[in-house]
Design a protein around this ligand. Structure first.
Ligand code: NAP
Length: 259
């Protein structure tokens, strides 16, 4: 399917690995020039070089922390005039509901709610002026079905979801769509660290922890970054202009719901 994205420019935050990288790769395959970001320069440069080599698109890299005001200022400056914004950052650590203090909540809100909102506020007005734009926020299945040990994530992502629900409807008339992509368990470093948490907490091997988590998914396996990226590219495509303010769940059927 021709996605109609050739020559567009995208900022893909937190994209040296995992789901962000999956989105960057799928957009590059569709002919989108990229600004890629992560904190660690080495993995970022390696992923950018691989994308340039494989897809022949332009890739600019910006090593900075998207959760800080300084990082956001650098990204906003580099991303002036972009057509597509993919918001992403690392997820907050797991724990018990009694563990977290105010600073923990503020850090989670900065990373998973206020950073994407800052980038939306800075970059969407230009998209509206040009009459076309796409924003995809990587959130989590926890928005629909809270994961008890990820209370910080549940809380911060619920805040972003509420903001997007209203904002998407305010900007849609200018040709800009904002949607959220909700990953269930995907085979990335984040999944490995959550497998490790379960293995330590329950005194079982990593293999057993992964098998137990996979058994909770009707598809019987973890998702892949490529599948996730392909869905992101479709939401950014010319075919998706009527998809507004949606929460698209990619979880292999794990969240059981009639609709
Ligand atoms: P991942 O494999 O650990 O990759 C995270 C990527 O984000 C890396 O490129 C990392 O590079 C970058 N990053 C992290 N913190 C950053 C920051 N502050 N500023 C800039 N870049 C940053 O994680 P993932 O599995 O792709 O997860 C992506 C998001 O989806 C996370 O918020 C996660 O909680 C959420 N999620 C994932 C799953 C899953 O099963 N994988 C399920 C539900 C939700 P650097 O470390 O070098 O910065």
């Amino acid at each position: 399917m021709e996605l109609g994205l050739t020559g567009k420019r995208a900022l893909v935050c937190a994209s040296s690995k995992g789901l962000g990288l999956g989105c960057a790769r799928a957009l590059a395959e569709a002919g989108v020039n990229l600004i890629m970001n992560a904190r660690g320069a080495e993995a970022l440069e390696a992923s950018a070089a691989a994308i340039r080599e494989e897809f022949g698109v332009e890739v600019v890299t910006l090593a900075c922390d998207v959760t800080t005001e300084d990082g956001q200022a650098k990204l906003i400056e580099a991303a002036q005039g972009v057509d597509i914004l993919v918001n992403n950052a690392g997820g907050p650590p797991p724990g018990m509901w009694t563990d977290w203090n105010r600073d923990d909540f503020v850090a989670a809100l900065d990373a998973n709610m206020l950073a994407p909102i800052a980038l939306i506020k800075a970059l969407v007005p230009g998209m509206m002026e040009r009459g076309w734009g796409r924003v995809v926020n990587i959130t989590s299945v926890s928005v629909k079905s809270p994961i008890p040990v990820l209370g910080l994530s549940n809380a911060a992502r619920a805040g972003l979801t509420g903001y997007v629900a209203g904002t998407a409807r305010q900007v849609a008339g200018s040709g800009v769509t904002i949607n959220n992509l909700l990953p269930g368990i995907h085979a990335t470093d984040r999944a490995v660290s959550l497998d490790k948490g379960m293995s330590e907490q329950q005194g079982i091997s990593m293999e057993e922890a992964k098998a137990r988590r996979a058994a909770t998914i009707p598809a019987g396996r973890y998702g892949t970054s490529d599948e996730f990226g392909a869905t992101c590219a479709f939401l950014c495509s010319k075919h998706a202009g009527f998809i507004v303010g949606q929460n698209v769940l990619l979880d292999g059927g794990a969240f059981a719901s009639a609709m």
